[in-house]
Design a protein. Structure first.
Length: 172
């Protein structure tokens, strides 16, 4: 038996959506990591860059933040975040934008990236791709007003082989 590589998942029988199942499992791993951090705090040097689609159903962010980032944004959970709450579908956290604390709610199905530089971990997601297992549909968005500040891009490069990325390839 040959080992299965993430890029090969789309070539498998369509009756079992292995790529979607795997994305759901990795989203659940992110949920479990955030649950742990909500209960215990961030250990050591760990911190997270979390990218998500801002217009995805169920995302709740301030309208001005949505105006600045109409497609995607990356937030950082490191030193200054408050009230991290995690449930089966989404996480909520308060962050500072332009010296104003604002609450964000992000469904796990909206994730595009989860990165922990301290662990040299980068997970890339396709928010349009999910098998839907264990990920109930989120409710409608209810944004709150604020003046956002730009979220800095990560500066640390990832090592080859540490990225798990799922892309749909056309069948041959």
């Amino acid at each position: 038996m040959l080992p299965l590589v993430a890029d090969d998942l789309d070539d498998l029988d369509d009756s079992l959506d292995y790529a979607g199942f795997l994305q759901d499992a990795l989203r659940d791993m992110v949920r479990r990591v955030l649950e742990h951090v909500a209960e215990e705090g961030l250990p050591g040097e760990h911190h997270f860059y979390i990218g998500f689609r801002t217009a995805h159903p169920g995302v709740r962010i301030p309208p001005s933040l949505l105006a600045q980032h109409p497609e995607e944004i990356r937030i950082i959970l490191q030193n200054q975040f408050w009230g991290l709450e995690v449930d089966e579908v989404a996480f909520s956290v308060s962050l500072n934008f332009a010296a104003s604390r604002q609450r964000l709610t992000v469904p796990f199905s909206a994730l595009t990236e989860f990165r922990d530089p301290a662990a040299n971990l980068l997970l890339a997601f396709d928010p349009d791709r999910s098998a839907g297992v264990g990920l109930p549909a989120p409710g409608p968005a209810a944004p709150e007003p604020t003046r956002p500040a730009a979220v800095p891009e990560p500066t640390e490069p990832s090592r080859p082989g540490s990225v798990i990325q799922f892309e749909r390839r056309p069948k041959k």
